[in-house]
Design a protein around this ligand. Sequence first.
Ligand SMILES: Nc1ncnc2c1ncn2[C@@H]1O[C@H](COP(=O)(O)OP(=O)(O)O)[C@@H](O)[C@H]1O
Ligand SMILES: [Mg+2]
Length: 280
Amino acid sequence: MSGSKLDVVLKDLSIGYNGIPVVSDINVTLPAGKISVILGGSGCGKSTLLKHMLKLHPVLAGEIRIGGKNILELNRHAWACLKLRLGLLFQDGALLGSLPLGDNVALPLKEHTRLDKKTIQDMAVAKLALVGLANYTHLYPNQLSGGMRKRAGLARAMVMDPDILFCDEPTSGLDPINSVELDHLLLELKDRFNITIVVVSHDLASMRAIADHVVMLGDGRVLFDGSMQDLEKTTDPYLRRFLDRIAEERTSPRLKALPLDPSMLKLNCAKYMASYGERE
Ligand SMILES: Nc1ncnc2c1ncn2[C@@H]1O[C@H](COP(=O)(O)OP(=O)(O)O)[C@@H](O)[C@H]1O
Ligand SMILES: [Mg+2]
């Protein structure tokens, strides 16, 4: 079991692609041993932030500190070591279709440890048991439901006993029952393994169920950074609208349909009928 907790500190961070920022001036701390939810509408840069925290893209400016270390300054070896302490649950579970569940979950152990085959197998089954899939080790990903795939992805993300677990939209595509189950799993992992969890999500119900800390993105910046309790008390109109799920359409004018001359439709129809008749 892992013990040391790691926090994530983002300092004057700007992220984006090809020099064009998606989110700028991020100054937040994702506390150790807690669940932080990075919330925001679709396309606001949640996955982008997650990918930058894992050094999958170069940052435009600023620092990313994990457990006090600026990961952007680490050499390859130091980063490779730190990365082993980070687990990642991809949006779609990202399991390999050609491998049964047991092998999928065992993969990181095979790649990064020198444990013998039997131990690796036992550890993979133990992590699958954690997510309620101990009896499914022989099944292939396409033989599983969406909820089971997500849980299997979670087992794989946990197999190296990470200190931080990053999850991209863990409840997206799941029905409410499976979503609640996944939320419970994340809460259980936090308590049982004492880990830091960073969840990217647009799922309000899930956020309310699991978040200790919330960072809300929108408009290319951080709109809120604080505790779940403080977010619920906010009077900021945009945040309230998001929290209270007031549909945009009720607060903004409806799009007007393009003006259309009704005779145009008739005309085209008549023309078509005429040429059809000619051919007969
Ligand atoms: N690899 C990429 N190259 C260029 N632009 C990207 C790339 N990935 C995402 N984007 C753009 O960055 C913005 C944020 O995307 P993303 O982080 O995926 O949003 P979210 O996860 O919040 O829905 C979007 O406008 C998207 O088109
Ligand atoms: Mg995303």
